[in-house]
Design a protein around this ligand. Structure first.
Ligand code: DWN
Ligand code: ZN
Length: 412
């Protein structure tokens, strides 16, 4: 821990305590090959986390340059999960009801491969997707989405407003926490959101992360982990008010937030979560200290398990080359000497190597043939979808879950 003076990027208060999690690679920066050219110069940054005891915001302190994280080699394609497709389709159906098809348009910030906007494009709703990574924008366009490749900030909001006017609905899922300068985004949203418009944000929820005790949601992309209190602290400065929330189990526990420029009455559910956050002491640094101790316990348990099984001569693999696992693997020092490979269905990831730990990523189609003795479920948030799929493929392995604690499940 060090207590150099850092100020909170949400509310500008001094961050009292900073916790170090060691040198980390960028979570989605997969290595195309395993040779000196890539391994020797592999970019790493010191992952330090600060917790604001005024607004509860958890944030990474020295965030790597955004171009290093979001570029033409971005590894995550959201449409790889059928479950997430349905999850976002349901949201889309509800929002279409709020739109006048002739006059309104919907803006998505962080539109990735078009997983959310596709139904809007198919039904000819006016829409615009903005994403900073060229390769996913290209895929979105191939999916018929009206998408542009830009970092979203106040300047981008001015350009969009000049072309499209103000948006009736702005949606930001699993992206707001990617953006270091959250003030710029709030200014841009204030500039673009119609006076009778609705802003919807969804991302991993601070209370859930504290509950499962996993540091996994923090990595160089997730520069913030938000709560109702920290989002309210950010947007109130721009007269954008939180009035409702909805909780989901996606990504280990996510919160969906509803904002408006109107004085809409706060729902009881929102008030309940505000109380729950206070009751769970999210402003108390000891809550974070306890969380950190739990993270250490989880990673030590996983490390000891893998080392023991490797010593016994068992084959150990992983399933889901998730960005999240980059934190656990590098923090726990579990690398390609201990894990033979990680299976994944994402064409862009297959054949590449995990950042920092250099584990080969293999096509998930090979999993049922290879049948490793133990398989660590790194895509634990997609457990049901993956175990069901592999059950149908007659895979025989022992699934290893490590959050919130070690748990073994025989596949068949
Ligand atoms: O916030 C973010 C979330 C939304 O997605 C991004 N910053 C980055 C990314 O995080 P992640 O990589 O941890 O997300 P997922 O959704 O947990 O990744 C699942 C991985 O598992 C993907 O690489 C696809 C793979 N997968 C698979 O191989 N077979 C997933 C499913 C469902 C499957 O059946
Ligand atoms: Zn703060």
């Amino acid at each position: 821990m060090n207590n150099l003076n850092y100020s909170c990027r949400v509310c500008n208060s001094i961050l009292l305590d900073i916790y170090e999690f060691g040198n980390m690679p960028i979570a989605n920066n997969l290595l195309p090959k395993l040779n000196e050219v890539y391994t020797k110069n592999e970019y790493k940054y010191k992952m330090e986390i600060g917790v604001c005891t005024k607004c509860s915001s958890l944030q990474i302190i020295n965030v790597p340059d955004k171009e290093l994280m979001f570029n033409n080699k971005y590894a995550y394609f959201a449409s790889q999960s059928k479950f997430m497709k349905i999850h976002f389709q349901k949201l889309g159906q509800n929002l279409m009801k709020l739109m006048d098809k002739e006059n309104d348009y919907i803006l998505e910030i962080g539109s990735n491969d078009g997983i959310f906007l596709k139904p809007f494009a198919e039904r000819n709703y006016k829409h615009l997707g903005v994403d900073a990574s060229e390769n996913v924008v290209k895929t979105a366009k191939e999916n018929g989405i009206n998408a542009v490749c830009k970092f979203f900030n106040e300047q981008t909001s001015i350009e969009i407003k000049n072309t499209y006017g103000k948006a009736k609905i702005i949606v930001i899922t699993n992206t707001m926490h990617h953006i270091e300068n959250c003030q710029e985004v709030a200014k841009g949203i204030n500039n673009l959101l119609a006076d009778n418009g609705t802003l919807i944000i969804e991302d991993p929820y601070l209370l859930d992360m504290y509950k499962i005790g996993s540091i996994e949601q923090v990595y160089a992309e997730h520069n913030f982990i938000w709560s109702l209190h920290s989002y309210r602290a950010l947007f109130e400065k721009y007269n954008i008010k939180l009035f409702d929330v909805e909780h989901f189990e996606t990504h280990g526990g996510s919160m969906r937030y509803f904002f408006s420029k109107q004085n809409i009455l706060e729902t009881n559910l929102m008030k309940d979560y505000i109380d729950l956050e206070v009751k769970n002491k999210i402003f108390d640094i000891n809550t974070f200290i306890q969380f950190k101790e739990n993270c250490i316990k989880i990673s030590k348990a996983l490390y000891d398990f893998v080392v023991t099984k490797a010593k016994e001569g068992h084959t150990i693999a992983g399933y889901g080359a998730t960005a999240k696992s980059a934190t656990t693997l590098n923090y726990s020092k579990i690398d390609n000497k201990l894990i033979s490979c990680i299976y994944d269905s994402t064409p862009f990831k297959i054949g590449k190597f995990t950042p920092g730990t250099h584990i080969e990523i293999k096509n998930a189609n090979l999993f049922s043939k290879d049948n490793p003795d133990y398989t660590i479920l790194f895509a634990w948030n997609h457990k049901d979808e993956i175990i069901e799929k592999e059950k149908n493929n007659k895979s025989r392995t022992i699934w290893v879950e490590y959050i919130p604690e070690l748990k073994l499940t025989y596949a068949n």
